[in-house]
Design a protein around this ligand. Structure first.
Ligand code: TYD
Ligand code: MG
Length: 453
């Protein structure tokens, strides 16, 4: 009988230990080290399963290597292409992470259904019927998309060998298991081994592979960190499940920039690409309401105008409540302290609620000024004039600080028909002859007097 070999793995970061330890010395997490069986056999390659010839790679001169930069697989999804840096690279491995129910399966199925190439969608989570029902909602007639419900990698490779698809989607890596490792599906050694087999397959057959990865409570992709190192591209699908907007970000990209961003709207018939996000994120309210301000932000490379809503009311309890959705609560407290100190507002006895509409979350410091303006507007119950927007950071001394890519923000605001934008006096603006009025301010007091007289 073959001897069973075991090792201990940290379930958080994937570090391997020879014996059990209470705390992982690499990621410092407690109680994450678990014993797993790591029995390995000699002959293992995805190719032995589809009985093809094994080819060892040889060193080549850089000049001899034909580069396949232009050869990208167009996914026919503008947003997805943009985030990937222009389409899927042959032989690349892309990992798509995101919270449960956010729409990862929907997004990939939708892409698979639309593609004119042969696509194999492997699901270890749902039955063929369930997927068919979803496919009917998205796009009923697709001739090129094949669905396989299978979790054993050897069987998957066998089917791939028979079908020869141009794109393989695996939903999800945590459900896969390989015969060569004996631990349970979803364990660190299984994930690592299955990913390694898929990488080998992708690189040798030049087929792009997209993997769905579950994420843990704290938002990182479940399984070893090493998985993120192994793949070429790591994408994250995020958004608030109670809202319709979803943001696709790239956290790592070996073939493009990580600053790109894709925006989708979840509809009854799948995800719709949002090519002009600013228009949908600003409510088309005709009435003037106090407590709202528009911020010109830049998410990744894309300028985006978002609406910020604040509600300031008298505190019912001794300790005033502060709550922020889509904005850092600590930063909100800091901005309130600045308002208290520099603009003389007695906000200490007030509850302050802040919300970024559309359920998106922003960490661009350039929305500071709009946040303050919304709070002041709600506090005074005076609406901010329509057509005004803001793009500036606020410092601890109440000074209005410059922000990056200000030209891009101004252009976007102008495009959307805004008449005035507040920016820092110190911001260098390269634009000339703009149709929008650029108000340069240096202190929060200037903004208060400009807005509320
Ligand atoms: P799903 O793709 O299953 O999420 P994940 O794979 O990330 O866990 O998305 C499920 C949600 O999307 C579900 O709550 C229903 C919703 N949905 C729609 O609103 N419209 C649609 O057309 C589809 C297919 C799903
Ligand atoms: Mg899913």
């Amino acid at each position: 009988m073959a001897k069973t070999k075991t090792a201990f793995f940290c379930q958080n970061c994937g570090t391997q230990y020879a014996k059990w330890v209470g705390q992982c010395s690499s990621c410092k997490e407690w109680n994450t080290v678990v014993e797993e069986v790591v029995q390995k056999e000699e002959k293992r390659s995805w190719k032995t399963d589809i009985s093809s010839v094994k080819q060892a790679s040889k060193p080549l001169r850089v000049s001899e290597i034909t580069h396949e930069k232009e050869l990208r697989l167009d996914t026919l999804d503008q947003e997805f292409n943009r985030v990937l840096g222009g389409g899927l690279v042959p032989g690349s491995l892309t990992l798509l992470g995101g919270e449960p129910g956010i729409g990862k399966s929907t997004l990939l199925l939708q892409i698979a259904l639309k593609l004119p190439y042969k696509t194999l969608y492997v699901s270890g989570e749902e039955s063929q019927r369930q997927i068919k029902m979803r496919a009917d909602r998205i796009q009923p007639n697709s001739e090129n998309c094949y669905i396989l419900t299978e979790t054993k990698t050897q069987n998957i490779f066998q089917q791939i060998g028979a079908l020869e698809p141009d794109l393989v989607v695996i939903d999800s890596i945590q459900t896969l298991h390989t015969d060569y490792i004996e631990s349970a599906a979803g364990s660190i050694s299984q994930i690592r081994e299955c990913a390694a087999e898929l990488i080998k397959f992708a690189k040798e057959s030049h087929t792009p592979v997209i993997l769905v990865g579950h994420i843990t409570k704290d938002g990182t992709i479940a399984g070893p960190k090493i998985l993120e190192h192994m793949v070429d591209t790591v994408l994250q699908f995020e958004g608030d499940r109670n809202y319709v907007y979803r943001i696709l970000r790239s956290l790592k990209n070996r073939f493009g920039s990580t600053a790109e961003l894709g925006i989708y709207e979840m509809q009854g018939s799948g995800l719709r690409e949002v090519n002009n996000p600013s228009e949908v994120l600003i409510s088309k309210n005709q009435e003037d309401l106090s407590g709202t301000a528009i911020a010109a932000t830049v998410e990744g490379m894309r300028p985006l105008l978002i609406e910020i809503q604040a509600l300031v009311s008298t505190a019912v309890y001794g300790t005033p409540q502060r709550s922020a959705t889509g904005f850092n609560a600590k930063r909100l407290n800091m901005l309130l302290a600045v308002l208290e100190k520099r603009a003389g507002f007695k906000l200490a006895a007030k509850d302050v609620f802040l919300n970024i509409t559309g359920g998106i979350s922003v960490d661009d410091p350039a929305i500071d000024l709009a946040v303050m303006a919304a709070i002041l507007s709600s506090n005074a119950d005076i609406p901010i004039e329509k057509g005004i927007c803001f793009a500036a950071e606020v410092g601890l001394a109440g000074e209005i600080r410059p922000v990056q890519r200000v030209d891009q923000r101004i252009l976007e605001a102008e495009k959307l028909g805004f008449s005035t934008i507040f920016v820092s006096k110190n911001n260098k603006i390269g634009l000339k002859n703009t149709g929008i009025q650029i108000r340069k301010v240096s202190k929060i007091e200037d903004v208060v007097s400009a807005l509320f007289g």
